[in-house]
Design a protein around this ligand. Structure first.
Ligand code: PT1
Length: 278
């Protein structure tokens, strides 16, 4: 059925735009008081996002914000797998934000429904790991790597360049047997992009939406909003909501967001007044 993504034994209905809730399972988000992640606190936050209307919860154990360093694979596994297993057990639709083949494999074994990879399944073995299960995948565009990607991003035409990249990743998915109805695409706002590149991508979303796979976007609280509003990260909700609506208007179907209840409300109002995406 068009407008529905196959996610292992479940389906994600995208006939109306939905919200993906962000669950960062890192010690700075859910600390047990020391160096470890408090699994109960993370589960509690995830279940609250589900009650707030998130269609899917994106569990990530490694920050990919500009300037961040990779996390060792055993540490990422320790953070992510227990939370994924428990959320799946409770019937939550679960996405795992990872790039490492070992974590992809473990996430699939733990029952994850979507693999969300900011590297677009480019690390050696990642594509094959994702293809070994029946979960959906989200392939995202990034120029460079989180540590250094904001130093000097450069493109010919950013929308065309991102489209070419995403077409290549879609092709790679199809070649290893990940069917078209299990693939999502994401232009990767803030990943090796200046404010001007982000603006061009937002304006170019209809072009990317015409590629076929549903479009996922993450704009929530990103530093582009500092350029637009001058606000620190804890004061970017209004700006994030404005960008979410603009993205849905441009054809995005999944909005990755920290502030789930507010984002769900703006999408509901948008749908009720019969605007694009409803
Ligand atoms: C995203 C995304 C993601 N973003 C997908 N997954 C992050 N599919 C993590 C900043 O400029 O957009 N799509 N997983 C978070 N990454 C960033 C990037 C956070 C940039 C902050 C910034 O502040």
């Amino acid at each position: 059925m068009p407008g529905v993504v196959r996610c292992a034994d479940r389906e994600l209905d995208l006939r109306s735009p939905v919200v993906m809730g962000v669950l960062n399972v890192t010690p700075d988000s859910f600390s047990d008081g020391g160096r470890f992640v408090d699994v109960d606190a993370a589960l509690h936050a995830a279940l609250q996002m589900q009650r707030d209307g998130a269609a899917i919860i994106d569990v990530g154990g490694e920050s990919t914000r500009p300037g961040s360093d990779p996390v060792p694979v055993d540490e990422e596994l320790r953070r992510v797998v227990p939370v994924v297993r428990e959320l799946v057990r409770r019937g939550v639709l679960v996405s795992v934000d990872t790039s490492k083949p070992e974590v992809i494999t473990a996430a699939l074994e733990a029952g994850a429904h979507l693999i969300n990879d900011v590297y677009g399944l480019r690390l050696p073995g990642a594509l094959e790991a994702a293809a070994s299960g029946r979960a959906a995948v989200c392939v995202m565009h990034m120029q460079g790597e989180p540590r250094s990607m904001q130093r000097s991003p450069s493109y010919g035409n950013v929308v065309d360049d991102v489209e070419v990249f995403l077409r290549g990743r879609l092709e790679a998915c199809l070649e290893v047997g990940i069917e078209a109805d299990r693939v999502l695409i994401d232009p990767g706002f803030g990943f090796g992009k200046t404010a001007e590149h982000n603006l061009q991508l937002l304006q170019g979303l209809p072009q990317l939406a015409r590629m076929g796979p549903p479009l996922l976007v993450g704009l929530s609280r990103k530093s582009w909003l500092a350029a637009l509003t001058g606000r620190p990260v804890e004061e970017r909700l209004a700006g994030s909501l404005a960008l979410a609506l603009a993205a849905v208007d441009g054809g995005a179907r999944i909005i990755r967001a920290h502030d789930v209840s507010q984002t769900v409300d703006v999408l509901k109002v948008w749908a009720a007044i019969g605007r694009r995406g409803s």
